[in-house]
Unconditional design. Structure first.
Length: 217
């Protein structure tokens, strides 16, 4: 049996597969082999005439990013325009990929925050989730911490109620004595919005956790 001549032949849609198994296997292989040629081909096909191939390519790209972010980091400028794509799968897939490379190219991602947050404002839940994840990661860099925390706090104040507990839990990792008070104030201001008891309890648990870690601040 001949080996496929193109990485595109290994995508789920090219294999007539209805699940993501082939895409995930392909991503694992490319990431493990540090296959730059394959990544270049996947990026080139993000504008393929076939929507199925577009969707498979972005899936493989962000799966590679989760395993080996350095391998896709140089393609960040190719991902950014996809945040405005009418293909929702491309949009949130690109945001997911950008999050994966935020540890490799924090300076580029920080500079791209206006576009990232604009896309989050209009995008799907997954798009919003990964924009928030990106802000949280950037908060771990001293150069960006203050500005990114302010932007993160804005997201907490206006996030959909369904997402609020998860955002609060994830944001806890970047809470400091210096920003604790404003974060607590923001969470307390949202408690009345949360009708579902289990979700409110999750936010209250974060508030208790903050108080435990910063009892005197």
């Amino acid at each position: 049996m001949e080996e496929p001549t193109s990485v595109i032949e290994l995508l789920s849609s090219s294999q007539n597969s209805r699940d993501q198994g082939p895409n995930e296997e392909l991503a694992a292989r490319i990431a493990g082999e540090n296959d730059h040629k394959a990544v270049k081909e996947l990026v080139a096909h993000l504008s393929d005439k076939s929507k199925a191939i577009q969707n498979d390519c972005i899936k493989v790209i962000y799966e590679i990013g989760e395993r080996n972010p350095k391998l896709i980091a140089n393609y960040a400028p190719d991902l950014l325009p996809l945040l405005k794509s009418k293909n929702n799968r491309l949009q949130w897939g690109a945001m997911t990929a950008i999050f994966t490379i935020s540890s490799e190219r924090p300076e580029w991602v920080y500079a791209a925050l206006p576009e990232i947050l604009a896309a989050a404002e209009l995008g799907s839940v997954i798009t919003k989730d990964n924009a928030v994840n990106t802000l949280i990661r950037l908060c771990t860099y001293e150069a960006y911490a203050d500005n990114c925390f302010d932007l993160l706090n804005e997201q907490i104040l206006k996030s959909p109620v369904n997402q609020l507990p998860m955002y609060a839990e994830r944001a806890f990792t970047v809470i400091t004595a210096a920003n604790k008070s404003i974060f607590v104030k923001s969470l307390n201001s949202r408690l009345a919005d949360i009708e579902k008891e289990s979700k409110r309890q999750r936010v209250e648990a974060v508030l208790r956790k903050i108080q435990k870690h910063f009892p005197d601040s």
